[in-house]
Write a protein that binds this ligand. Structure first.
Ligand code: FA5
Ligand code: MG
Length: 497
């Protein structure tokens, strides 16, 4: 449960667009409590714990309202069904499904070896409760703690995670991940050769599949994807990587077999989904694994990234007091897998409380294809604006350049949290979410123009409004758009064109 305690002073310090939301979400909703507090104090109570706010606090009411629903363990929820199906492919693993979502900066970043200037730490990318505490951005935040317990060779952790991120059909600021890890204890073997022999035997026991997987890169590469030379021989890394990739390919094949059965049972499916399954491994970077990869699946005409993984950073295992263990870890987006499995076209649907959605899933029955219950028209609106002239350049992400608060591609180095850029695309994403809620389907940059004479820069974003539940009237879409545009002016001093 989440309680926002606020004084009137702090309430009015919020942007005008947020105030109505805050009022309705916190001040009058059942289970929510306003504490009088001191004249300037503001705090958040989450899971019964009180956290003082400070200049780092940036978690908005809309996100806190979603906190605690634990969709991954709700009976008959598609995310729960997906979680259980994946867990079933990792027999003998210990499954942790109830770890609290508020973690320390140290758990989320430091324990995993994120550098102090890693962009994922920025307030533009991460929801902070205060300077020391945040909503976990990934399930990896619990890795060191779970390794330290040393209770099983293999484990999974499924949980809700939170990120300030893009707005489209496959990204949502609250989503679910499953972490998985498997380690072998070197001390259980007489020699490192015996270790390799054991992993090879384990590899041979994994289910085989006939899926063609694109995997053009070497297992490790000195610059792009280094072997941890100090800790692993090339032979060890090769077999751990082979075990990791085969295990995850098996999981994807299982998902697709189930999805195919559902498609056949429904006697339908889009042309694109009936294409043969295409899967590829791409090189990646995570501070907590090396070498690292991401697995992508061809879905509705594009490559969809479904997971990140790699050979566990040995210093991490040393920090967790299990220095003799070596192995692999992965982190998978449960929504992305569930979308493939059930044919769910839009990530917002997972949060729906509509019985027309929830009533379609039953964990005791074979997977059935999702039947869209409504198709409401999209209402796209463009907003063009001149950025204020300033020394700080804006941050405009493209899907491939966006760094992940969990690692991913490390492509930009940004100033620290105290000097956020003048305009960060994620701020627009959040304004759109906070103002239009789930009525916004997509926000994309459609034009980026610098005036040749004045050097002024102008951006144009297309915001697509579409409700999952009803047809938005022209007036409703216009009103939402107007409010978002005004917020942009108020917050960033942009000049609308
Ligand atoms: C991570 O979060 C790493 N911690 C994964 C990992 C774990 C790597 C263990 C190595 C070892 P990444 O940021 O790529 O990586 O996210 C993992 C997956 O979460 C993505 O592949 C994607 O499936 C899903 N995901 C990421 N952002 C979103 C989002 N905004 N909405 C929905 N799913 C998302
Ligand atoms: Mg990624």
């Amino acid at each position: 449960m989440v309680v926002l305690s606020c004084t009137s002073r702090s309430f009015w310090a919020l942007p005008a667009g947020l105030r109505p939301l805050l009022r309705s979400t916190y001040c009058f909703a059942p289970n929510r409590r306003i504490s009088s507090g001191g004249p300037t104090t503001q705090s958040l109570t989450i899971d019964g714990e009180q956290y003082p706010s400070d200049s780092w606090t940036n978690v908005p009411p809309a996100i806190l309202a979603q906190y605690g629903r634990k969709l991954h363990v709700q009976p008959n929820h598609p995310l729960s069904i997906t979680r259980a199906l994946i867990e079933s492919r990792f027999p003998g693993f210990r499954n942790h499904n109830d770890l609290p979502g508020v973690v320390t900066v140290s758990q989320n970043f430091d324990s995993l070896g994120f550098t102090p200037d890693h962009p994922g730490r920025n307030r533009t990318d991460t929801y902070y409760i205060n300077k020391d505490t945040l909503l976990r951005t990934h399930t990896s935040a619990h890795e060191v703690d779970v390794f330290r317990q040393n209770a099983s060779n293999g484990y999974t952790i499924s949980a809700d995670v939170y990120r300030r991120d893009a707005v489209d059909r496959s990204h949502y600021p609250a989503f679910h991940q499953m972490e998985g890890a498997l380690t072998w204890d070197v001390n259980h073997f007489k020699t490192r050769q015996d270790l390799v022999k054991q992993i090879t035997e384990d590899f041979d026991k994994l289910p085989k599949h006939d899926l063609v997987v694109e995997d053009p890169n070497p297992t490790f590469h000195p610059e792009r994807n280094p072997l941890q030379e100090k800790h692993h021989s090339p032979e060890e890394a090769e077999i751990i990587a082979a075990h990791l990739k085969r295990s995850l390919e098996d999981m994807v094949v299982t998902i697709f077999k189930e999805a195919d059965k559902a498609l056949a049972a429904a006697g339908q499916g889009s042309q694109a989904e009936q294409e043969p399954l295409k899967v590829r491994w791409v090189e990646a970077f995570f501070p907590h694994t090396s070498p690292s990869w991401e697995l992508e699946v061809w879905w509705r005409g594009d490559w969809l990234e479904v997971l990140g993984c790699g050979i566990i950073d040995q210093p991490l295992l040393i920090r967790a007091d299990v220095p003799s263990r070596v192995g692999w870890a992965f982190g998978i987006g449960l929504e992305r897998i569930a979308m493939l499995l059930f044919g769910i076209p839009d990530i917002r649907l997972f949060w729906s409380k509509d019985s027309r959605f929830l009533g379609q899933f039953n964990e005791k029955l074979p997977i059935r294809r999702f039947q869209p219950f409504s198709k409401h028209p999209a209402a796209p609106r463009d907003v063009s604006f001149w950025l204020p002239q300033s020394s700080a350049p804006p941050v405009v992400n493209t899907p491939s350049s966006a760094p992940s608060p969990a690692g991913g591609q490390l492509t930009r180095n940004e100033p620290s949290a105290t000097s956020d850029p003048v305009f960060h695309e994620n701020d627009l994403m959040e304004i759109a979410r906070n103002t239009a809620g789930d009525n916004v389907e997509d926000v994309s940059l459609v034009d980026d123009f610098t005036h040749p004479k004045t050097g002024r820069r102008s951006l144009c974003y297309r915001i697509t409004y579409r409700s999952l539940e009803k047809t938005l009237t022209t007036e409703e879409a216009n009103a939402l758009h107007q409010r978002i545009s005004q917020e942009l002016v108020g917050k960033f001093g942009v000049e609308l064109r």
